[in-house]
Design a protein around this ligand. Structure first.
Ligand SMILES: [Zn+2]
Length: 402
């Protein structure tokens, strides 16, 4: 069994623009890089660029913002120097950001929440600019660096057709915005994802559909696993998905939750209509299993490793390894969600102990390139032949937001 684990990290300030760059991005990123180097597990940073552009626009008037923007660039370069990867992440609410000088805070356009909401013209300019910006910034560190992959902010990609067309046109080769089984009305509903575990070449009409032959954009989804989600059991018994976690992990998990609440309380979330993680309809949650993101900042280490193991041993995972020779698994985290890197250290220690060399750690770029070369022979001339007939939209964004 060959599992390639890709540790991604969405690197950004909270969704309403609050928070301190040094505490929520700079310091924890440096910690993560150190841990990743110790375990020879490269980190793939999904760098949110619109926040950086907003800082650069105001840098000449506000020295503090200039310092942050400069440190952001130095940090991104450091990721590459440490053997990691940097790919594009975008939260469109930052594109029209204003800085309130008196209150020293950002005012974002939180009505512009989904990447697919942007006009095609704007999408084209923003995605191309993001790719160019990262390549110009990072090629002096690694001459062959290429920005190949995209992740939509808060996984809000749909409607996906315009985004996919522009990604293709701009030379991207991968998207990693789909969390199979997840949904958040009115932004996305990924319950119809073509695969639960394995990557797929997307139909140009819908990121969830598989291209009939081989498409241009490869979707490497963010790993999710169905699990019991009972906050009552968690709190009262210290159980996580049926696993009893060691006391130190339980303590860390509780402290991390309080830390997140202190930095970004729920009432500040612009779209606190609820994610699966925050909106407990607990009687239902007690009785149903729903998809959980493999997030190394939100799950205690033991729980994370058990779920990863369950996913890696699932029939879908085995089928992927049999067919493609390996299974790339993208897991995720956020520097803004971690008070320190202890949880990731425990996860990596457990994985090394339990899995040894069976598990490899790759960057997202490595995963894309390996998948593509494995497919070059199979796909042959069929590559780029995608569906010609648009399907019915799985979700009508305009209707849903009306
Ligand atoms: Zn994000």
């Amino acid at each position: 069994m060959r599992i390639a684990l890709i540790l991604t990290n969405d690197w950004e300030l909270p969704g309403d623009g609050s928070g301190d760059f040094w505490e929520l991005q700079h310091r924890p990123l440096r910690q993560l890089l150190q841990v990743c180097q110790e375990f020879a597990a490269p980190l793939t940073v999904m760098a949110e660029v619109a926040q950086q552009w907003a800082h650069q626009v105001h840098a000449s008037r506000f020295p503090a913002l200039r310092e942050e923007a400069q440190a952001w660039e130095a940090d991104a370069r450091q990721v590459l120097q440490a053997g990691g990867d940097v790919q594009l992440h975008l939260h469109p609410q930052w594109l029209d950001a204003r800085f309130d000088e008196h209150r020293q805070r950002w005012i974002l356009n939180c009505q512009q929440w989904s990447t697919g909401q942007l006009s095609e013209h704007r999408l084209r300019s923003v995605l191309k600019r993001g790719k160019d910006y990262l390549e110009t910034l990072l090629r002096p560190v690694r001459h062959d660096y290429t920005c190949l992959a995209f992740r939509a902010g808060a996984y809000c990609l749909p409607p996906s057709h315009p985004v996919l067309s522009v990604l293709e046109e701009a030379g991207f080769r991968c998207d990693s915005s789909v969390a199979p089984g997840y949904r958040q009305a009115p932004y996305y509903d990924y319950r119809a994802a073509a695969q639960r575990v394995a990557p797929w070449y997307v139909s140009r009409w819908d990121v969830q559909r598989e291209a009939r032959y081989s498409g241009q954009i490869l979707e490497i989804p963010v790993a999710t696993v169905k699990d019991w989600q009972s906050p009552v059991l968690r709190r009262s018994l210290g159980l996580h998905g049926g696993s009893r976690v060691p006391a130190r992990e339980e303590r860390w998990w509780r402290a991390a939750r309080q830390w997140r609440q202190a930095h970004y309380p729920l009432h500040q979330h612009p779209h606190a209509t609820g994610s699966h993680a925050t909106r407990w309809r607990w009687p239902r949650k007690l009785l149903h299993r729903s998809p959980l993101l493999l997030d190394y900042d939100l799950l205690p280490a033991t729980h994370f490793v058990n779920l990863l193991e369950r996913l890696a041993l699932s029939p879908a995972a085995r089928a992927c390894v049999d067919r493609h020779g390996f299974l790339p698994l993208v897991v995720t985290g956020h520097t803004k969600n971690m008070p320190n890197a202890d949880n990731l250290v425990w996860i990596l220690e457990k994985l090394r102990r339990r899995w040894g060399n069976t598990i490899e750690f790759w960057t997202l770029t490595q995963a894309i390139q390996t998948w593509e070369s494995a497919h070059a022979e199979v796909a042959g001339t069929d590559r780029f032949v995608s569906d010609v007939v648009p399907p019915k939209p799985s979700m009508n964004f305009a209707e849903a937001t009306a």
